[in-house]
Design a protein around this ligand. Structure first.
Ligand SMILES: NC(=O)c1ccc[n+]([C@@H]2O[C@H](COP(=O)([O-])OP(=O)(O)OC[C@H]3O[C@@H](n4cnc5c(N)ncnc54)[C@H](OP(=O)(O)O)[C@@H]3O)[C@@H](O)[C@H]2O)c1
Length: 255
């Protein structure tokens, strides 16, 4: 598993540890998760990736957090080439919703990577992620939740569920040659407010920035795509944001 020291990688490892022999590939071994074999593999250093992927049966290629698209594509293509040269049994890539068809903007690097994986001819599974719910959990302030989402739906999913799905794909059968569109159950901020018994207030955008861009996407309905793939791979529904908040409140009440 590459980029194994990140938030998603650590969650996948926690779910895989007892089910498979895991190798954590990290750019800085000092940051490696504990309790698994570690190899150094840096997306900016193709030779390190080639050595790190040696003998790997199923590689989970976790997308790079690099913001510069050209550099990110170079990193991903280096990883795909290294996987081919090392002869890994299968490449499982954490892609993004829409990357199968949209070659520009947010999905440009994901699209280029998917195309390289398909062209490479090795067995693969594409896990097209939605935005992570973790970044969208609303704060309750003064007894209310606010947002600029116009009450439209979000198909986000928690990293923990996406990690469990990745672990199921890596250890299960019947996933090769498939592209999964992972979406969480559709939710809205007003519904979440109602579920936890607080009021909802629509507010104007905070001004230029990534969250304003995202809110505009939500208001335009861009996050309302639904697919059964995540629930199928999990064997259960993915966790909702309302359930997450209610769990947090229960824990708070106990603590
Ligand atoms: N769907 C979404 O909403 C969403 C949100 C955020 C990110 N993402 C994508 O999903 C990926 C996983 O998310 P996350 O939450 O686990 O991100 P994260 O916690 O930021 O972890 C990023 C990982 O990438 C590693 N990395 C950075 N540069 C590298 C390089 N040159 N070579 C090898 N590894 C490198 C980091 O290593 P260090 O520990 O050494 O820094 C870390 O392990 C992200 O990288 C990003 O592509 C998706």
């Amino acid at each position: 598993m590459s980029a194994a020291s990140g938030a998603l990688g650590r969650l996948v490892i926690s779910r895989l540890r007892t089910r498979a022999e895991v190798v954590a590939v990290v750019r800085d071994p000092a940051r490696a998760p504990e309790g698994v074999a570690v190899r150094r593999g840096d997306y900016d250093d193709p030779a390190s990736l080639r050595a790190a992927f040696d003998g790997v049966d199923r590689l989970l290629l976790i997308a790079s957090p690099e913001l510069d698209t050209a550099r990110r594509i170079k990193q991903h293509l280096a990883a795909v080439s290294a996987a081919e040269e090392a002869g890994v049994g299968a490449v499982v890539f954490t892609s993004f919703l829409g990357a199968g068809t949209v070659a520009t903007g947010l999905t440009e690097a994901y699209h280029a990577t998917e195309q390289a994986i398909l062209a490479g001819g090795r067995p693969y599974t594409l896990l097209r992620h939605p935005f992570y719910s973790d970044a969208f959990v609303p704060q309750v302030s003064g007894g209310e939740i606010t947002s600029s989402t116009g009450g439209r739906g979000l198909n986000t999913a928690f990293r923990s569920d996406l990690a469990e799905a990745a672990a199921n794909v890596l250890t299960g059968e019947g996933h090769l040659g498939r592209a999964y569109d992972f979406t969480g159950p559709l939710w809205t901020y007003p519904e979440v407010a109602q579920a936890i018994g607080v009021t909802y207030r629509e507010v104007p955008d905070a001004g230029p920035g990534p969250m304003s861009w995202l809110s505009a996407q939500v208001r335009a309905g861009a996050l309302e795509q639904q697919s059964p793939d995540l629930a199928r791979v999990l064997g259960r529904p993915a966790k909702t944001v309302a359930a997450h908040l209610l769990d947090q409140r229960k824990l708070g009440a106990q603590g």
